[in-house]
Design a protein around this ligand. Structure first.
Ligand code: NAG
Ligand code: NAG
Ligand code: NAG
Ligand code: NAG
Ligand code: NAG
Length: 378
């Protein structure tokens, strides 16, 4: 009986050691491969980028002409929202007038300023950026509801442009201008969709660390490098040759969620004042502004872009953003901020367990549209 137990134990031990060995070999190999790949990609995109200067130069127009894009009246505003506070993060959520429920879900989970202040000890400001509803009949009704909503929460900023997909760049201009006018001292600016989940404790911890180093030129998210414009007329992202004649976009981060430091926010704003903003894909326009000021974004593997984080206890510890959530905000918020999460992945065994789990979640052939495989080894 005992001998049997011992045999089982020995066998298990051998298996465990084997697994460890294989994993460390994979890890070392992967890291070197990864370094090679990223360095290639970097130098490639760097070459491209330096030769792409002409793009922003070509799209430069006069101040007067550029003003037409951003010269919209505020219908709802909160000028005092940032005053007299050391704001670590100004978070502007792109919302639409009719998305009451999404805003409500965000306020009661990851975008809850009071929770963040109380539990993380930092000041974050969360505001929703809106235009007006494109249907005149709906607009009136919605405007009244919005005013009531804003009376309660004081967190809407709205301008009088039509809130449509093809006006997203105008909404970006609103965010840049609002930041410049009312919250320039915020250490970081994040722009986000209203259907993403942000792991606020992880993000805040990370940004505090970055702030401590006094970083400049900081722009982080998932990165689209050298993406080509889509020329298929049926696509939502179709861009005509007339609007953008070149083969590649400058590097940019998907508008689902990215963060810039205050110096970048301010310089991007200045750049936006002299660029033709008729290209309606807002994150691409952001890339063009970056191109104009000579800044390109850095990749953070736990910013998912349009992708979705796997729902797993070993992921919560590191996740920053995850796209495509609406119904499950509350559940995910509860799970992802549960202190038990920390314990699962701590210690040697916990780390090993989570590495294996993450490899299974992120590195198989049919895992698409989530964090990259290399995230499993961080
Ligand atoms: C990475 O590049 C170095 C030299 O540039 C090479 O020695 C090494 O084998 C490469 N690693 C992989 C995994 O390809
Ligand atoms: C911008 O690019 C287009 C197409 O490449 C070219 O026809 C035009 O002359 C350029 N304009 C300026 C101001 O550089
Ligand atoms: C950001 O860092 C500066 C010093 O680099 C510090 O004075 C400031 O308190 C920090 N702000 C926040 C909100 O952490
Ligand atoms: C964008 O908003 C402006 C101002 O309201 C409006 O004139 C224009 O038609 C809108 N564009 C689209 C594509 O909705
Ligand atoms: C901006 O670009 C569009 C093409 O996308 C063009 O029709 C328009 O004339 C340009 N605006 C200015 C002020 O040059």
């Amino acid at each position: 009986m005992f001998a049997c137990f011992r045999r089982i134990k020995k066998c298990q031990l051998r298996q465990l050691m084997m697994t460890c060995f294989v994993l460390s070999v994979i890890k070392v190999y992967w890291e070197s491969l990864d370094r090679n790949i990223t360095s290639h990609v970097k130098s490639y995109s760097f070459r491209m980028l330096s030769s792409l200067d002409f793009i922003s130069a070509n799209l430069t127009i006069s101040h007067k002409a550029a003003r037409k894009f951003s010269d919209h009246r505020y219908l709802i505003n909160h000028e005092q929202k940032c005053v007299d506070e050391d704001v670590l993060l100004l978070l502007l959520v792109k919302s639409s007038p009719e998305n009451f429920e999404r805003r409500q879900a965000i306020r009661s989970t990851w975008g809850n300023e009071a929770y963040i202040q109380r539990n993380l000890g930092v000041t974050v400001r969360v505001l929703f950026a809106l235009g007006v509803h494109p249907q005149p009949e709906d607009r009136k009704k919605l405007e009244h509801r919005l005013l009531v909503e804003d009376e309660t929460y004081q967190d809407l900023i709205q301008q009088d442009f039509l809130d449509t997909f093809h006006n997203l760049t105008i909404k970006l201009l609103l965010q840049l201008r609002w930041t410049h006018t009312y919250c320039e001292h915020a250490r970081f600016l994040m722009s986000a969709d209203d259907d993403i989940f942000v792991h606020m404790p992880n993000l805040i911890r990370y940004l505090q660390e970055v702030n401590r180093t006094g970083v400049k030129d900081f722009w982080i998210g998932k990165v689209h490098r050298g993406a080509p414009p889509i020329r298929k007329k049926e696509s939502k992202y179709y861009v005509s040759e007339e609007m953008y004649p070149w083969l590649l976009y400058p590097d940019y981060t998907p508008g689902a969620g990215y963060v810039v430091s205050s110096d970048v926010a301010s310089r991007v704003y200045q750049a936006s004042l002299t660029l033709n903003a008729s290209i309606y894909i807002d994150d691409v326009f952001m890339g063009i502004c970056g191109n104009a000021i000579g800044i390109s974004p850095q990749e953070h593997v736990f910013f998912s872009g349009e992708g979705r984080a796997p729902n797993h206890v070993c992921i919560y510890n590191q996740m920053m953003t995850s796209h495509g959530h609406v119904k499950d905000f509350h559940e995910l918020w509860k799970l992802a901020t549960d202190p038990v999460v920390q314990q699962v992945s701590s210690g040697l065994l916990g780390k090993l367990y989570c590495t294996v789990a993450k490899i299974r979640l992120l590195c198989t052939l049919h895992t698409i549209n989530t964090y990259p495989c290399k995230a499993a080894f961080l």
